[in-house]
Ligand binder design. Structure first.
Ligand code: IMP
Ligand code: MG
Length: 180
């Protein structure tokens, strides 16, 4: 698996220091607010598990799964594949995401969750890839900048693989050619 990596963009240590930083900020910000952390499946699972285990205040967790579809490259059509199980009306909600890329999924999700009338709604993303951005939603807590390259690892996949790498990297061209 690692033989298919061209380069590492964010090391395990760099990721873990961001995770600790986010957990500290969120624990301070949401102390006594009984927050709900909402993870966007599947890419967020590794980041989500690491962050919530470092949160030191009471909280609930929940997940949503979205799917994008459309003929051409990302038309912005997003649907809910798995909805929340917690009622977030009147609750303080933080969306956790792996990467903020075009913003199609986050802008949909932001609007969707606001319609459920939370007391507050914020966004925390580990990676920020602003070059292909189509939305003006602000990420309240944004981690590491990544250039306009397809990245894998730490939850992010290529064709459902590489999510279990502990770092964020870029695949070799040959992987796309051979499709393995
Ligand atoms: P969006 O373009 O901001 O709507 O991103 C939608 C989702 O696509 C993200 O939450 C990721 O799960 C996935 N995604 C975006 N960029 C990458 C990438 O470089 N590698 C792997 N998955 C990505
Ligand atoms: Mg995601």
């Amino acid at each position: 698996m690692e033989k298919n990596i061209e380069k590492v963009l964010v090391t395990e240590e760099q990721i873990q220091s961001k995770v600790a930083e986010f957990a500290e900020i969120l624990s301070a910000e949401y102390a006594d607010k009984d927050p709900v952390f909402v993870g966007v499946l599947k890419g967020v699972v590794v980041f989500f598990a690491d962050v919530v285990r470092k949160i030191t205040v009471p909280c609930e967790i929940d997940f949503m799964c979205l799917s994008s579809y459309g003929g051409t490259d990302s038309t912005g059509n997003v649907t809910v594949k798995k909805d929340l199980s917690v009622d977030i009306k009147g609750r303080h909600v933080v969306i956790l995401e792996d990467i903020y890329d075009t913003g199609n999924s986050l802008s949909f999700l932001h609007k969707y969750l606001l319609s459920k009338e939370p007391a507050s709604l914020k966004i925390c993303t580990l990676l920020d890839k602003p070059e292909r951005r189509k939305s003006d939603i602000k990420a309240d807590y944004a981690g590491t900048f990544v250039p306009n390259e397809f990245v894998v690892g730490y939850g992010l996949d290529y064709a459902e693989y590489y999510r279990n790498l502990p770092f964020i990297g870029v695949l070799k061209e040959s992987v796309y050619e051979n499709n393995n």
